[in-house]
Design a protein around this ligand. Structure first.
Ligand SMILES: [Cu+2]
Length: 433
């Protein structure tokens, strides 16, 4: 009589175990399903628009800055914020879509005025690199991605003996030297990992050897110091080729000697390497701080070489030597943004790529009135290093400024070295409610 009972218990146990396993697997499949569905969703986020829909915020105020400064008023104006910390994500956005967000100018030959310079981004002529082959400029780390590498080609044409207006009172910088006809030269903008090719042409009309020195990481022969790229003679050209890295904001300038003369004459500009995963989307500007020593040639031998022992004994330094600037500006023209205040909107986010290319003065600074800003030194991080209303920069130093005005009205921005402000480095934001 005990055997059937044992068998009954045995079969009931099997049945219970089977039912338990069945329900356990069913509940596991339910719990796994949302994860899989989420992954499927994230995999479909392959365009910038998808990201905008996923991350859209309330900042949709139209931006009048672009009405005065940009040829591309239809882009970089959607106000949506893109925030992601997923640095491993790639191909979230196409090159074309990213370039629209960057406000890349369709006219790479344009000579922007100082007002237009604020929002003028030259992103080069874009090509796919699927047909390109590795060059000496390509680092080994990048060869893995070479088949998908975007190629951007730029041309910088150096002209001497230019006359550049530097104030509204008729003052010009005579016999200045320019990249593509403006001081500063064009803002070149690329994305980290792009293959960048910059053809620098030294006009045959010129009298001096020039070069292009870019900050950021690249091979020695592309540094503009040594080899053919360090000495481009009049009538010659050289193409600098390298893979853009790392993301950040950089100056570029001629590095021929005497360097202070070649920079003072006007051969410099801004170079932006954007991260592959975009920064938070907001209206962007470039502010390059500079100065002009208008009578450099009259001021004797500068400090661009050390004296011989005999010269030192003879007190070789000319008495009249006093290299110094008569005019200070942001973006090339004194008081331009005082006379033409930059219209921006209340409660909207703005980003400034800030670069100091001032020669002959130890430091420069950027002070914003009525507000505080986030500051990202060199733009090499997506996390701000501090919040302040003044940043002080040595020559060649740079960073990213981000701010948002809570109150309407006019607000000054200027060097807090007030001598510079009095001599032209001053501007106004007109914050519209
Ligand atoms: Cu030069």
């Amino acid at each position: 009589m005990q055997t059937p009972n044992f068998l009954t218990i045995y079969f009931i146990s099997l049945l219970v175990a089977f039912i338990a396993v069945y329900f356990l697997s069913f509940s596991l499949s339910l719990s796994l399903y949302p994860v899989m569905a989420t992954n499927d969703n994230s995999n479909s986020l392959t365009t910038f628009q998808d990201l905008i829909q996923e991350n859209s915020q309330t900042n949709s105020t139209p931006n009048s800055l672009l009405d005065t400064g940009s040829q591309n008023s239809s882009v970089n104006n959607n106000g949506s914020s893109i925030v992601t910390s997923n640095n491993t994500s790639k191909n979230l956005i196409s090159t074309e879509e990213y370039d629209k967000i960057k406000n890349c100018s369709p006219d790479t030959d344009k000579k922007p005025s100082s007002i237009e310079y604020l929002t003028f981004f030259n992103c080069g002529h874009v090509k796919s690199s699927s047909s390109s082959s590795p060059t000496a400029a390509d680092n080994d780390d990048d060869n893995n991605n070479l088949t998908n590498q975007t190629v951007r080609e730029f041309t910088l044409f150096i002209e001497e003996n230019q006359s550049i207006p530097i104030a509204s009172n008729g003052l010009t910088f005579p016999q200045s030297w320019t990249f593509n006809g403006t001081i500063p030269g064009p803002t070149m903008r690329v994305t980290e990992g792009d293959l960048v090719k910059i053809n620098v042409i030294n006009s045959k009309e010129n009298n001096h050897t020039h070069s292009l020195h870019l900050h950021s990481i690249h091979p020695s022969e592309m540094d503009g110091i040594d080899g053919p790229g360090g000495f481009i003679k009049p009538g010659q050209n050289f193409t600098y080729s390298f893979t853009a890295q790392p993301y950040g904001v950089y100056p570029y300038h001629c590095h021929s000697t005497p360097i202070d003369q070649h920079i003072n004459k006007g051969l410099y500009g801004a170079f932006i390497i954007d991260p592959k995963v975009p920064r938070q989307n907001m209206t962007e500007m470039v502010m390059l701080m500079n100065g002009y020593d208008l009578d450099y040639e009259k001021e004797g031998i500068g400090p661009s070489r050390i004296p011989t022992p005999q010269e030192f004994e003879e007190d070789y330094m000319p008495q009249e030597f006093e290299h110094g600037n008569e005019v200070y500006t942001v973006n090339g023209k004194a008081f331009d943004y005082v006379e033409n205040p930059i219209p921006i909107h209340i409660n909207s986010d703005y980003r400034i790529y800030l670069i100091n290319m001032l020669e002959f003065d130890q430091v420069n600074s950027f002070h914003l009135h009525g507000n505080m800003y986030k500051y990202y030194p060199s733009g090499t991080s997506k996390d701000p290093s501090f919040v302040n209303d003044i940043v002080t920069l040595g020559q060649g130093d740079r960073g990213i400024v981000e701010f948002n005005y809570p109150y309407p009205g006019k607000y000054m921005f200027h060097s807090h070295i007030n001598e510079f402000s009095d001599l032209g480095w001053m501007g106004l934001f007109n914050v519209i409610g």
